[in-house]
Design a protein around this ligand. Sequence first.
Ligand SMILES: [Zn+2]
Length: 278
Amino acid sequence: MELIRQLHDTFKPLAKIILFCDGMILYDHELKTYCFDIKNLDSLDKYSPYLCIGQNNVKGEHYYVINVEATEQVHGIFMDPIKIEFIDIRLTLSFIPLDQFQLLSRAAVLNKWRLANGHCSSCGLKTSFNTLEGAPDCDCSAAPAYPIISPCIITLIHDGNRVLLGRSKFFPPNMFSTLAGFIEAGENAEQALAREVMEEVNITVSNIEYYGSQSWPFPSQLMLGYFCKYESGEIILNDEELEEARWFEIDKLPIIPPDTSISGQLIRSYISGRSKLL
Ligand SMILES: [Zn+2]
């Protein structure tokens, strides 16, 4: 997909609309999509200019993000209100494919970015959209307000046939996941990983090995995924982030995140690698 960050006064042909309201996304459970044809929606004229976030060069579709003020404003004449609803973005992780999550993630991050930058963070005046930069801009000396992405580490700590997983109090019952945290100013990713693991579970690790990364729109992180090897220490919960952390044998795992998330991918990847060794 070609990434675009521009405001359009009118929709391009084959426009697909992604709608948010109060941080939730509109989803059609029957068609299994969050991208709506413009013909199926009530008038959205009041939301012009529209934020275009990308174009699928194969299908010729342009994707637009609109933040509506009230959920009733999108009950289009072709849509069955029983089959569509605004849902928490996190809930979509359990049922949408990974390739769809990437566009959803971009839409969610850029929706919040547009909402947050209607006024200049430096002088408070209303911003205007700088089409060259693809970002809200101001006549004062402040730089254009580009989207801000926050880098985080996320890591699976392994020790042979066991892995260390933690759970936050916000997780569903019996769900455990990998550990994660924001990278501090001045740190590199490996230092952040070692610090976060020590802060959260009192464990030292070694053999930090990069796995891959994922955009994570809660609210706007880039998750850098790593494996690391247990080195020493007993689990002690040092801060308030985790409710529980435990070692699990890889054949006796609790509920783990879906593979839409990099945490789920890290765990499954490690297990499949170990399984080949057994
Ligand atoms: Zn300003």
